[in-house]
Write a protein that binds this ligand. Structure first.
Ligand code: PLP
Length: 374
């Protein structure tokens, strides 16, 4: 065997997104001790950078040492106890994963289902919260990566607050791609991932808890079911002015990468990053239309960073994806769940959101479908 040499692939799927040389170089810096005071200084900067990106002043804002699904699990296991009721919105694959978390805790999920490809229906959520007084939390996905849909996070957080429930917000694909105003919206638990619009490698999950969420965590009657994700323990490592207590060995070099990726976002500015995602989405839409392809989602709830494209009748979607990868070096995603076989998912996330990526994927699709631009 020899060292693994990965091929050069343009990552335009649902994540991971392209990782810049600058971020890869940050990862290649020397590994130091995870309790070294200089490393702790870097951790403090990292928390501040996350607060900037998530638009919050929440003290409890940290990267969980695992991918986005662990951020999801951390939000649920820390806030939900056996016997609680949680209203879970499902309009794609990830809402189903939330439900699974609630069930495994021994709590009761109340499902609000909407068709894949449409946003969460606020009236149905309001009705579910009214029908279940004392609901502990309302959980929803801000940017559904499985369908390319944005739901109204601000309105959903308000509904939760109006009904005395905590809001649990999946911002895995929204962070860095579209506005995510944690404090202004009053979101209580927000989690994300490193490999979508932040364009760091996968393996970290930024997480932020409001003061209300911290109060709920402290008021628990039962211990958090997961030792690894118990934030009251994790905090001993990530917080405090003096010595930090060992909980688990932090993924040191991955944290360098996230720090660098967040610096890049800060240098660009949030509004500029959102505008760039939007512009390249519009360029993609125009390019797709020129070769006769259509987007699945209605315009007002389309995500710029995840474009669900309808597969034309009679086209073998998997064969085209394979050819894009093998001949053109471009990865795009397949449909999931009920959209399997019906859509392609083209991600323009983070460093992948640029005009060159858009033109490359449109040209390659045109060749594969043997279509000329109109
Ligand atoms: C990718 C994704 C996740 C899961 O993140 P992993 O890093 O794959 O564990 C959860 N929710 C949404 C909306 C996602 O796009």
């Amino acid at each position: 065997m020899a060292s693994f040499q990965p091929p050069d692939v343009l990552l335009l799927g649902p994540g991971p997104s392209p990782v810049s040389r600058r971020v890869l170089n940050a990862m290649a810096r020397p590994t130091i001790g995870h309790l070294d005071p200089r490393f702790v200084g870097m951790m403090d900067e990292l928390k501040e950078l996350l607060r900037f990106a998530m638009q919050t002043r929440n003290a409890l804002t940290v990267p969980i040492s695992a991918p986005g699904s662990a951020g999801m699990e951390a939000a649920f296991v820390n806030l939900v106890e056996p016997g609680d009721t949680v209203v879970v919105c499902q309009n794609g694959v990830f809402g189903g994963r939330m439900r699974e978390n609630v069930v495994r805790i021994g709590a009761t999920p109340v499902m609000v289902n909407d068709a894949f490809g449409t946003p969460v229906d606020l009236e149905k959520v309001d009705a579910a919260l009214k029908a279940h007084p004392g609901t502990k939390a309302l959980a929803f996905v801000h940017a559904e990566t499985s369908t390319g849909v944005e739901s109204d996070a601000q309105a959903l957080c308000r509904l939760a607050r109006d009904h005395g429930a905590l809001s649990i917000v999946d911002a895995v694909t929204s962070l860095g791609g579209i506005p995510l105003r944690t404090d202004a919206w009053g979101a209580d638990a927000v989690y994300s991932g490193s490999q979508k619009c932040l364009s760091a490698p996968p393996g970290l999950s930024p997480l932020s808890f409001s003061e209300k969420a911290v109060v709920a965590l402290k008021a628990r009657k039962t211990p958090v079911q997961s030792w690894f994700l118990d934030l009251s323990l994790v905090m001993g490592y990530w917080q405090g002015s003096g010595a930090r207590a060992y909980h688990h060995t932090a993924p040191i070099n991955m944290l360098y990468a996230l720090h660098e990726a967040l610096l890049i976002l800060q240098e660009e500015g949030l509004d500029a990053a959102f505008a760039r995602h939007r512009e390249n989405h519009l360029r993609l839409k125009a390019g797709l239309e020129s070769i006769g392809l259509e987007l699945l989602v209605a315009e007002k709830s389309r995500l710029p960073q995840l474009n669900a494209v309808k597969v034309p009748d009679g086209v073998d979607e998997a064969a085209i994806r394979k050819r894009l990868l093998s001949e053109f070096g471009i990865e795009i995603g397949a449909g999931l769940g009920e959209l399997a076989g019906k859509i392609w998912r083209i991600g323009l996330m983070g460093a992948g959101s640029n005009p060159q990526s858009v033109d490359r994927v449109v040209e390659a699709l045109a060749v594969c479908l043997a279509r000329k631009a109109a």
